[in-house]
Design a protein around this ligand. Structure first.
Ligand code: ZN
Length: 415
């Protein structure tokens, strides 16, 4: 058997999260005491209750899973991982009484990171982001989304997206590149947001798209970001270039951004604390994922909860991500986000795990190839020293990850 497979992991319990195995009495799609066989980077076979055939599987290329658990590789579907500097000083300001909005209006916030990112070389940005990424990989992450949006000029947005592209090429994980030119109004366009949006739409987006640097287009639709009309302009341009969209929406107020994004079949709408429950049906209709970001909610000491019950009732896929960024979520732990999704947003551990696997894959439109353990999908897998899948959300700190496999290659092993 070893001859026909490139890799076998046996003596392992699978939380497949695959519709092929999920049943009412088995919501995680668990396959116990399994062997998983990989060929050409893909899952070629899954064998349950292996005792009877263990002779065939005892080969040199086999990994003894020692009774641990395996999940799909985790997916962080919303990050701002590439940036210069950090904002520990603003963290301190905020604790001394200033609000996020006050800091933004005083020229701090996103704009201060823009300055640092413009001044940081591409190589240095790559090194910084690769280091941050390594923490995520240590916790089983095999795919990630990275946004631009700290350049706010063509040259720096390009630099950021090229770093994301290089991480895709030179790190072991896959990177989805999101153009977030409409993240903030740069200081040189102060009080000229319309003109800046024109620059985003007429120069930056078409140019960066022609260079193959954009997988999806995002914007920050908020009182301190861009209006609904300005966001729509960005989306119209994306549509004309055949680019998909997603949106930072309803984080601090309800501007109706999610509703509008659904008209463009957005891959996801993200944050959503102020999403009107009446708008949830729009997400369900357009197949848009609701991406919740408990790290920002926690770090900004927010109190208004996203409309979780309504999202559940209408079967909207819920994803969980780090929103890793220097201002509102300096977070490098997707496991901690799963814990916060359960403790702060009252998601179940199953919902939290789906939120960082299959539903996160849906948010990046890669669910046909990753996000669950099933035959034919990429062998993107994480191995955990836990007694049951719920432990992934239950723990606070400590890292039970024992191994990470990407495209059938072992990229991390603590065996
Ligand atoms: Zn964000």
């Amino acid at each position: 058997m070893s001859q026909i497979y490139d890799l076998i992991v046996h003596n392992i319990n699978l939380a497949t999260l695959s519709e092929k195995y999920i049943q009412d009495d088995n919501p995680y799609g668990i396959v116990e005491n399994a062997a998983i066989c990989v060929k050409d980077g893909k899952i070629e076979n899954i064998i349950a209750n292996v005792e009877q055939q263990s002779g065939e599987l005892e080969t040199e290329d086999a990994i003894d899973g020692q009774g641990y658990w395996m999940s799909p590789g985790l997916i962080d579907c919303h990050t701002h991982l590439v940036y210069g500097g950090n904002r520990a000083n603003e963290f301190e300001m905020r604790l001394e009484g200033a609000s996020y909005e006050e800091i933004a209006k005083a020229g701090g916030g996103i704009v201060s990171t823009v300055k640092a990112t413009r001044e940081t070389s591409k190589k240095e940005l790559f090194d910084l982001a690769a280091k941050r990424l390594s923490y995520l990989i240590d916790e089983g992450v095999t795919s990630i989304e990275i946004k631009s949006g700290y350049g706010l000029d063509l040259e720096t947005e390009r630099k950021m997206l090229k770093v994301a592209k290089d991480l895709n090429e030179f790190s072991p994980v896959e990177v989805s590149k999101t153009f977030l030119g409409a993240h903030a109004v740069p200081t040189e366009f102060k009080d000229r947001a319309e003109e800046y949006i024109d620059l985003v739409c007429e120069e930056m987006m078409p140019q960066l798209h022609s260079e193959g640097l954009i997988d999806c287009v995002d914007a920050f639709c908020e009182g301190i970001g861009f209006s609904l009309e300005q966001t729509q302009k960005v989306f119209e341009k994306a549509k004309s270039l055949d680019l998909p969209v997603k949106l930072h929406a309803e984080q601090l107020s309800d501007l109706g951004g999610s509703r509008m994004a659904c008209d463009y079949n957005a891959w996801s709408v993200d944050h959503l604390e102020f999403l009107n429950p009446d708008d949830v049906s729009r997400l369900a209709e357009s197949g848009t994922v609701a991406t919740l970001l408990p790290g920002a909610f926690y770090f900004l000491s927010e109190t208004k909860l996203p409309p979780i019950d309504e999202l559940r009732k209408q079967n909207v896929p819920i994803a969980i991500a780090t929103d890793s960024n220097p201002g509102s979520s300096p977070c490098l732990s997707l496991l901690l986000m799963m814990n916060m999704a359960t403790t702060l947003f009252k998601l179940t551990p199953l919902e939290a795990l789906k939120g960082t696997t299959i539903n996160a894959a849906k948010a990046l439109n890669i669910d046909s190839k990753v996000g669950s353990i099933e035959i034919g999908k990429q062998a993107d897998l994480a191995i955990w020293d836990i007694g049951a899948p719920a432990e992934l959300s239950y723990r606070i700190g400590g890292n039970p990850c024992k191994g990470v496999i990407k495209n059938g290659e072992v990229i991390l092993s603590k065996f």
